[in-house]
Ligand binder design. Sequence first.
Ligand SMILES: Cc1cc2nc3c(=O)[nH]c(=O)nc-3n(C[C@H](O)[C@H](O)[C@H](O)COP(=O)(O)OP(=O)(O)OC[C@H]3O[C@@H](n4cnc5c(N)ncnc54)[C@H](O)[C@@H]3O)c2cc1C
Length: 483
Amino acid sequence: MSDYEADVVVVGYGGAGASAALEATAAGAKVLILEKNPEGGGNTKYSGGNIRTYLDLDKCVDYFETLCESTTERPVVDAFVRESSRNADWVKELGGEIISRSPTGGKGFRIKHAAAAFPTVRGADGIGLRVRVKGGGEYAGIDLWKVLARNVSERKIETLFSTPVKRLTVTKGQGVTGVVASVDGKDVQVKARRGVVLSCGGFEYDQAMHMQYFGQRYVGLGNQGNTGDGIRMAADIGADFWHMNAVAATFGYKTPDFPFGFMHLMPAAGFIYVDQAAKRFMDEPGTDPHFTWATTSTIDTKTLLRPRIPAYVLFDEDTRTRGPIAALGHGKASDAYQWSADNSVEIKKGWITAADTVADLAAKLQLRPDQLQATVAHYNMQCVGGYDQEFGRAPHSLVPLGRPPYYAAELWPCLFNTQGGPKRNARAEILDVWGQPIQHLYGAGELGSMWHRNYPGAGNISEALAYGRIAGRNAAAAQPVAG
Ligand SMILES: Cc1cc2nc3c(=O)[nH]c(=O)nc-3n(C[C@H](O)[C@H](O)[C@H](O)COP(=O)(O)OP(=O)(O)OC[C@H]3O[C@@H](n4cnc5c(N)ncnc54)[C@H](O)[C@@H]3O)c2cc1C
């Protein structure tokens, strides 16, 4: 006897879960959403809300397939491109106003890229600009989320909050027939007549899993409810897995006061990054921010330490006064913290270290003062020449570190999201280790994302909406289980 029953049960109420629920409802199914947190939104709410658009669908399939390095079958990429090309129109139908987004993603100093993150890859010229939902949020994920949540509520789709799902229920010969969830600490049985959609996000807040799959720890930037629950549930019933070693990760700040990080974003060009040897190691503003993770995985082969975890951002007085050195996505969405406009509060808190000379700054950071002085002097000299011989930083971004005081903040690898989880096919069916669909089980969003390590920004929200709809549609159309 079940405590709850629906045609389609959606596990996790973020962008993918909302999209699945809306599409299944549109197809006539009775839907029940189960969400672990007291409110919905997941990472989607904290995100930049950027969505992909395309100029040429076939070229985009080539481009994304190449980025996935053959770890994602072409039909899965193809279905993604065709379905996600409808995303902007779909959001408009739901009442959202779509506006285009600059290639840099808005505020902060970054080199402008072409629409495609990796413009030399085959098919890159088929990629269009990113778009977002217009709204009051500084970070547009909250605006996208408001549109999705309003539509779920208007359709009166039943949603149980503070209801973590613990296990999938399997009935012999029928596949997945429901879930076990926890309500007020008590297990309840939930029957799914046609299908279960697993859309409960990644494992940004399970550091043991980070060590296991990435070999290093990351700080989460988004929803703290994303702790890998869907991976354990799918493993429990024999699902296959993919992309477990893949992340979309950037630099951010870790503070003693919050369990999540703050995304790093410089307001002006006068800054450099250095590692623990006080040396620069990358083209700071010219690297796609979703790919910063690639610089952090370096290991010192003698000490086995990671010389860029943390790394440091260095800047001068002029840059400090130009604006906050953090993107305020998390703070804006959750009102958890507002970074000060001139960074002065964070200096007082000790999150940013200040000193009158570069040597003093090095001493406070426990870096070699002579090396840090040499690094800054060399960078400043290259600024005069307008040529970064080491990392090819664009000439207009070569602004010297001038007026003291000098400042530094630790840069930690921070997760937008993980990509790994149960593998799915083009119908969003979750596959077992033999490549066969597990009956009545569907997956969507960053849990078992189609993206691998060469992640192009704005791909995860696009995928959450597109595969959410594919999963919802196919689950609603499945033959009901017996009994
Ligand atoms: C700061 C930031 C900026 C980003 N910017 C962008 C961007 O501009 N464009 C882009 O494409 N991507 C961006 N991303 C990534 C993107 O936000 C996510 O990958 C995407 O929102 C994932 O959607 P989802 O629905 O799969 O997961 P989520 O939105 O995270 O939703 C998963 C939900 O499942 C719930 N849940 C977890 N476990 C359980 C359980 N056991 N039972 C029930 N519920 C459970 C969670 O609480 C959560 O609400 C960003 C991420 C961050 C953090």
